[in-house]
Design a binder for this molecule. Sequence first.
Ligand code: DX5
Ligand code: ZN
Length: 221
Amino acid sequence: MIKMAPSILSADLLDLRGQVGKIAENGADYIHVDVMDGHFVPNLTFGPNMVAAMKKLTKVPLDVHLMITNAELYIEEYAKAGADVLTVHAEAVTHLHRAVQQIHANGMKAGVSLNPATPVSVLEDIFEDLELVLIMTVNPGFGGQKFIHRGLDKIAAVKKMMEQRNKPDMLLQVDGGVNTETAPLVAKAGANLLVAGSAVFNAPDSVAAMEAIRKAAQAAL
Ligand code: DX5
Ligand code: ZN
């Protein structure tokens, strides 16, 4: 079953309670929170207070995507705020193994994200420790960008690693430019958790849009 993680980045900031509440009550498997620091990525968004606010709003697990440098310094803070899954970027963390251990020690599931130009091979020696791998199909920083098709081979490579290393339950997440056209491609390549921001929250009916993406992905399997 394909899981959906709508990204609040494209939701109406003045109506987060309404928009996120609605999608959370109507089938979202995770709520994806994009944390940007204006340094690792050229945009600034939310911090731990937003995660804490989301935690009060819903019981749906919070999938927090850290696009920040020095992520190690903030792991405990995001755990306290209520993150269920915490994903760091391989490019932004020097001691990736330590960061992943810290995420686990704080009671969260650990994810590692790869930018479009980062090869899957960087996961070789950390793969066993992860609950989630995030393949970016845009350069992180903004919603509404065009899907980078080369990411499909990377998704397939991670899927192969999951099979070879007997990790069938791993979350293989894809983020960036996911819509009804690209969802079948990523699902076919092996993704099982789809992030979608603009395709969900810029649609007239966010729940219908999310389910259309899920259905398109599911149909490709
Ligand atoms: C981009 C973020 C995404 C963003 C995706 O850096 O990580 O989660 O919300 O937006 P769409 O689905 O519009 O590409
Ligand atoms: Zn994201």
